[in-house]
Structure formats: structure tokens, C-alpha cells
Design a protein around this ligand. Structure first.
Ligand code: CUA
Length: 178
């Protein structure tokens, strides 16, 4: 149809929108709305999109907080990384850097903690397995969330933001004890 019009009239706003195109616009719009509604739904039902608080920090400040906790509450070591058992109810820290999660945390089941996460260098992705809880870890920001581990056992923390050649080696650990 458009090819029969003189070039000067071939403007998209003058040509009626094709039926197929309208259908695809409608499908895309409906899908957008579904995805938008998933955000609050996952927060409530999927245990994703957790409520976090974010504060500005610097790698130096955050690193100092982490070291303070490590010095006070280290109970062991695993592959050169301290295992830290901080008091129930306290502020606990984990940092991401090329290419490790530091330190290993040892927590008590059914007790609440305030977990602080930050990065020392680039963006990393905190992914708690096998629970599949995912959070972005960004330098300059202290992300805080209240956690209450409800199952004892060993949890892995993997990085799910590509952060360079050692990305796949960036594996941390959290122990939860009864
Ligand atoms: Cu850190 Cu990928």
C-alpha cells in the first residue's frame, strides 16, 4: 500500500498501523504490565526483591567495619578466609572484591541479623544458594537487609555479575547452625 503513495506522503504517522503490528504492540504492552506486577508480587510471594536499606560508604570505611568484626569474632579459617561467628542480633558484614566474598559467616538459625554488603572495587552480584536470593553489590554503597536464616546448613554465595577473569571463582560461604 505504501509503495503506491508518492514519496512525500510516505510518513509513518499518515499510514494506518498494520493489524499484525497492532497485535504485537498489544502483546508487548500486556507483557510489560505482567512483568511490572511481578516486581511487587515477587517481593511478597517469591521472597525476591527484598527490602533493603542503602547508605553511602567508601571501600575504606566499609573494609574497616568488616575487619573490626573479623578481629572480634573469628572462630576458624577456611581456605585462607576467616570464619566469623558474630553475636546474634548484631550487624554483620560481607564484602565482595576481586575475586572473593569475605569473610565466611557462621550464623544461628532463627535469629535475626542485619547483613551489610558492599564491594571494594567493581559491581558484584550476591547470589545466595540454594535459596536463590540475589542482590547487587556496588562499591560506595552499604546495602543492609534484615535476615533470619530459617534452615540450618551450608549456603554458597556465588557472584552473578560478570566481574572479570576470576568471576567464576568468586564463591563464598555462610554456615547456619541450630
Ligand atoms: Cu564478582 Cu563476578
Amino acid at each position: 500500500m505504501t509503495s503506491f503513495m508518492p514519496p512525500a506522503d510516505r510518513h509513518w504517522w499518515k499510514v494506518p498501523v498494520g493489524k499484525q503490528e497492532l497485535i504485537w504492540i498489544a502483546i508487548a504492552l500486556v507483557w510489560c504490565i505482567i512483568m511490572f506486577l511481578m516486581m511487587p508480587l515477587w517481593h511478597v510471594y517469591g521472597k525476591q526483591n527484598l527490602s533493603t536499606e542503602a547508605y553511602q560508604t567508601t571501600p575504606a570505611k566499609f573494609g574497616a567495619k568488616v575487619e573490626e568484626m573479623v578481629e572480634k569474632y573469628t572462630v576458624g579459617e577456611e581456605a585462607g578466609i576467616p570464619i566469623v561467628a558474630p553475636p546474634v542480633g548484631s550487624d554483620i558484614y560481607m564484602l565482595g572484591r576481586l575475586w572473593q566474598w569475605y569473610p565466611v559467616l557462621k550464623l544461628k538459625k532463627d535469629q535475626e541479623y542485619r547483613l551489610h554488603l558492599s564491594s571494594m572495587d567493581f559491581q558484584h552480584g550476591f547470589s545466595l544458594q540454594p535459596d536463590n536470593i540475589n542482590l547487587q553489590v556496588v562499591p560506595g554503597y552499604d546495602m543492609v537487609l534484615k535476615i533470619t536464616p530459617d534452615k540450618s546448613g551450608e549456603y554458597g554465595v556465588i557472584c552473578n555479575e560478570y566481574c572479570g577473569i576470576g568471576h567464576h571463582l568468586m564463591v563464598g560461604k555462610i554456615y547456619v547452625e541450630d
